[in-house]
Design a protein around this ligand. Structure first.
Ligand code: FAD
Length: 361
């Protein structure tokens, strides 16, 4: 059966804080954006409970409720939604071509807000409630949830930079941190290791696999079931919270070989713009941010990506990762702003005429 074909000026992949903020801005600019909601409509915040650090909600708000507000705000200005996900993307020429199971979508500009997923161990007790204790003492984000664990003993699982960072941050709140690692040495960079080793609130447990997270919705987390992978000895270790800190994976596999990304898969964008290496493709939120990974920063970069797309569609120059600025028509302004390479290769000066410059702005 032939697929439905849609053609839009702005297509947004993802409906988390980044994608929906981009939609609000693009819709208010009358660009009638199409949001592909993806496998997790509303994004990562839909699997958490209290969000206390999103500005504007002095009493906090539940994650799913916050994302419903984002969606309604985007819909109010005319955003169109498709509750499906993108299987393939061809970014070799504009309009870009995207495929869902039932649609072929042509996009003049594309905003990628596909987020990232925390890596999990896949053990009993770890899943979001109601299956597991996610939201009831199990977390993968110290910045988000550390505040809820004041004076409590916590376990952090992992041995890389993420684990060192999370453990060090959590010492602000926790009574003690036990960092559990499956090997006998850390993978983290030297400086991160040294900071963690020097912190009197952090203990280390080596060669140990976490097999299960114990507790209930009523009690919260009460401990972890452990196995020493050298001796086979099994034990239980009491704690009141577990932070899984084994890294994140951006949802960017679709774009491998087309967009520049770092070794983990975070999309590369240009300093003060959200432009990727392909003119007309922008990236925002956790898909391009390996550092901050917060709802408010995702929303902020979503806003930036939409403004960049608006500029691009208006044929204005947009900064790209090389330091050049490109237009929709294919003109490239050099990084030093001295010259413009036209689509046919001709290079012309970008300096104002002496006579015009004399008149000022
Ligand atoms: C348990 C938990 C608690 C958190 N608590 C907080 C908190 O309290 N405060 C805070 O600021 N941050 C918190 N965070 C972090 C915050 O959720 C993220 O930083 C934020 O959601 C990132 O937004 P995003 O829009 O970039 O991506 P995401 O929210 O990850 O959304 C990605 C979107 O892309 C879609 N998608 C993915 N692949 C495809 C595809 N192929 N086709 C179409 N769509 C696709 C998904 O369906 C989803 O809608 C928490 C995260 C977790 C996991």
């Amino acid at each position: 059966m032939a697929k439905d074909t849609l053609h839009r000026d702005v297509v947004i992949i993802g409906s988390g804080p980044a994608g929906l903020t981009a939609a609000i801005y693009a819709a208010r600019a009358d660009l009638k954006p199409l949001v592909i909601e993806g496998p997790q409509p509303g994004g990562q915040l839909t699997i958490t409970t209290d969000v206390e650090n999103y500005p504007g909600f002095s009493k906090g708000i539940q994650g799913p409720e916050l994302m419903e507000e984002f969606r309604e705000q985007a819909a109010r200005f005319g955003t169109e939604f498709l509750t499906t996900w993108i299987n393939t993307a061809d970014l070799s020429k504009r309009p870009f071509t995207l495929h869902t199971e039932d649609h072929e979508i042509k996009a003049e500009t594309l905003i990628i807000a596909a987020g990232a997923s925390a890596k999990w161990l896949g053990i009993p007790g770890e899943a979001p409630a109601p299956e597991g204790l996610g939201g009831y003492g199990v977390s993968a984000c110290a910045t988000c949830d550390g505040f809820f664990f004041k004076g409590k003993p916590l376990v952090v699982v992992g041995g890389g930079d993420t684990a060192m960072e999370e453990a060090t941050f959590l010492t602000r709140y926790a009574s003690r941190i036990t960092l559990i690692h499956r090997r006998d040495s850390l993978r983290a960079s030297k400086i991160m290791q040294e900071k963690a080793f020097a912190n009197p609130k952090i203990d280390f447990m080596w060669n140990t696999d976490v097999k299960e997270i114990l507790g209930s919705k009523e009690t919260g987390v009460t401990g972890v079931k452990l196995s020493n992978n050298q001796t086979g000895e099994e034990s239980e270790f009491p704690c009141e919270g577990v932070f899984i800190a084994i890294g994140h994976k951006p949802n960017t596999d679709l774009f491998k070989g087309q967009l520049e990304m770092d070794e983990v898969g975070y999309l590369k964008t240009a300093g003060h713009s959200m432009a990727t290496n392909i003119p007309g493709v922008f990236a925002c939120g956790d898909a391009q941010d390996s550092v901050y990974r917060q709802a408010v920063t995702a929303a902020g970069t979503g806003c930036m990506a939409a403004i960049d797309a608006e500029r691009f569609l208006d044929s204005l120059p947009v900064l790209v990762p090389t330091g050049e600025e490109v237009t929709m028509e294919g003109e490239r302004v050099s990084a030093d702003h001295e010259s413009i390479t036209m689509p046919d290769g001709e290079v012309i000066s970008n300096k104002p005429d002496e006579s015009e410059a004399a008149h000022g702005d």
